[in-house]
Design a protein around this ligand. Structure first.
Ligand code: F6R
Length: 615
């Protein structure tokens, strides 16, 4: 969604603000702007905003004489009001001496706006954010921190706010509720951003503040933190391991391709240290649950959204097969609005790459309220979910920039597979020999992915055959079907080609009607080694008989599939429950190749945001 940056220090703030905003471009946005306390001691803040890209903002800033050591910046993803310069942040008060950038949604903005208009405030935008600037102006009587506190006390909804005041040339005041903010400092000053990539070049020691906490950033790099009642507290510092390289393309044409290529390393990192060959057991030191407690679990809920939800679906099949515990996978936005049955034997696993997805966070709060033990699986150290769940399992994906999740998905599936092994072993469902055999097979995965990446020309060739399609169907069975759900999501989100996935057995119960014999609708079939491969082959025959153009993901050496279609993508042999980890890779590359051929921006697909922090 929107991105926030802020800097106060001993050097010009412009470069940090513009660079920081560029690093947040991946979140998706339609307009951008910065505000600076001007060096010439003007009573008005300098503000530049543009509808469009950071490059346009950079140009506008270069053409202006705006400069200063203290400033805030924003990339806006429209919610209230069309994308336009007037609606772009920062927003200011009537006097022009207060500027505000905001992520989130002020739910009671309409009422506040009418009240402020009645008091004579003049509004220049259609946004919910502008009320914040006017409210601070209304409540300001010489103490900015107090005015911001009094303002946020009147706000309902979600917000991350950074506030600038012309009378405070060295200071930024920030606060948040249900929307992320990360703070840090280095030798030249103090920094704030909505996400780590904007500040990682300057510091890896970061501070998160809680809901309605406030912080004051000073130009000497100090940061004062206060709770909602104004009591000062010493913040906890989190050390982020991510490397700076992750925030750069490193020679790849786009982040998506870079991140797809990082997957062998991601799987190696996920596996490292998870198996103790001396004891023959999995190592899950983070998990406080004993073997008895794991044996007592009678139901697991997995809650997640989007790609993380698909990882959860794969996790369900594996956990149920190995650990013999019933698993229900729920879209977080549905789970939170019903009354899920949570008993003392219920374990809840919340999966979220960003750790900030609003619906997943709410689902976690609901589950905890109902007394469930909640395990969070996330990629982001210190993210909101890590503060809400009792137990945190970190995936080792490193920073993911492309909006379309790839390496984080593979890391989630790999960690879920290890977790399934652990639960199964602790419940006595798998022997040490079985566990070490499966773990040994998992160690082949990185090399297998490398093989797939090295043989990507076969994927490219198949993709070119489907570029002009208007719809694509994905079919598979078992974990092959759930792999297809993710394949279809990748294709539609980055190429805008309509795609749907179905369990292959379901195709004749309706979706087969979508096959256009004349045009040869593409059907992407995951037909790797599995218990149900024969059945999938029959389904492939059915769609071929109706004129479909079948692209098959098949196991190397499978001669039969080549007799059925000449569009075959082969992957190395692996057992069924590990196959989503390899079979997903060609589907990612397939989606990307189609998107590129259709002229799409694969890193920043239209209308999408990397982390969805609003409901
Ligand atoms: C798809 C994608 C989204 C996210 C979803 C959940 O490529 O990236 O569908 O998976 O918004 O995000 P997290 O995992 O951060 O909760």
């Amino acid at each position: 969604m929107c991105g926030i940056v802020g800097f106060t220090g001993t050097i010009d703030a412009r470069e940090f603000l513009l660079d920081g905003l560029s690093r947040l471009e991946y979140r998706g946005y339609d307009s951008a702007g910065i505000a600076l306390v001007q060096s010439d001691e003007a009573s008005e803040l300098g503000i530049i905003r543009v509808k469009g890209k950071i490059a346009d903002l950079r140009e506008a800033v270069a053409e202006s004489d705006l400069s200063g050591n203290c400033g805030i910046g924003h990339t806006r993803w429209a919610t209230h009001g069309i994308p336009s310069e007037a609606n772009a942040h920062p927003h200011r008060d009537c006097s022009g001496s207060i500027a505000v950038v905001h992520n989130g949604i002020i739910e009671n903005y309409a009422q506040l706006r009418s009240e402020l208009i009645a008091k004579g405030h003049e509004f220049l935008s259609q946004t919910d954010t502008e009320v914040v600037a006017h409210l601070i102006e209304e409540l300001y009587s010489g103490d900015l921190l107090a005015a911001v506190r009094a303002t946020t006390a009147q706000l309902s909804g979600s917000f991350a706010l950074a506030v600038l005041h012309a009378s405070y040339p060295d200071t930024i005041v920030v606060t948040r509720n249900d929307s992320p903010l990360v703070l840090g400092s280095y030798e030249n000053g103090a920094l704030v951003a909505s996400d780590i990539p904007a500040i990682i070049e300057y510091t890896r020691d970061v501070i998160y503040i809680g809901d309605r906490d406030m912080a004051v950033l000073h130009s000497d790099g100090t940061i004062d933190c206060y709770d909602a009642t104004g009591v000062a507290f010493a913040p906890k510092t989190h050390h982020v391991q991510w490397d700076l390289e992750s925030a750069q393309r490193g020679g790849y044409p786009d982040f998506m391709l870079k991140e797809i290529n990082e997957q062998p390393r991601v799987i190696r990192d996920t596996l490292a240290g998870r198996f103790d060959s001396a004891t023959g057991e999995l190592v899950f030191d983070e998990l406080p649950l004993t073997a008895e407690e794991l044996a007592a679990i009678d139901r697991i809920y997995i809650v997640a959204c989007g790609t993380s939800y698909h990882a959860g679906l794969i996790g369900k099949s594996i956990i149920e097969a190995w650990a013999r515990v019933p698993v229900e996978v729920e879209v977080a936005s549905e789970f939170r609005y019903r009354n899920p049955i949570i008993t003392p034997g219920t374990l809840v696993l919340a999966i979220t790459q960003s750790g900030e997805t609003a619906d997943t966070l709410e689902a976690v709060r609901l589950a905890r309220k109902a007394g469930a033990h909640v395990i969070a699986m996330t990629n982001v150290v210190g993210s909101r979910i890590t503060q809400e769940a009792q137990t945190v399992l970190y995936i080792k994906a490193n920073l993911e920039i492309a909006v379309a999740a790839t390496k984080s998905f593979l890391a989630q599936v790999a960690l879920l597979t290890l977790l399934a092994l652990h639960i199964a072993q602790q419940r006595g469902m798998l022997s040490k020999e079985q566990v070490s055999e499966i773990y040994a097979e998992m160690q082949m995965l990185p090399e297998q992915i490398e093989w797939i990446l090295a043989n990507s020309d076969q994927i490219e060739r198949c993709a070119q055959e489907c570029v002009d399609a208007t719809t694509a169907l994905f079919i598979g069975r078992g974990v092959g079907a759930t792999t297809c759900f993710e394949g279809a999501l990748k294709l539609k989100e980055i190429s805008y080609l309509h795609a749907e996935a179905f369990p292959a057995g379901e195709i004749k119960h309706g979706p087969i009607a979508l096959i256009d014999t004349e045009k040869g609708t593409p059907v992407i079939a995951v037909a790797t080694q599995s218990m149900t491969r024969e059945k999938t082959l029959s389904n492939i025959e059915e769609v071929l008989a109706r004129g479909a153009k079948v692209v098959a993901i098949a196991t190397l050496g499978d001669e039969r599939i080549h007799e059925m279609t000449n569009l075959v993508i082969t992957i190395p042999p692996i057992s069924e429950f590990l196959s989503p980890i390899t079979a997903s890779v060609p589907l990612q590359l397939f989606a990307r190749a189609i998107a590129i051929a259709r002229g799409c921006d694969v890193d920043q697909p239209r209308n999408l945001a990397k982390s969805v922090t609003v409901e």
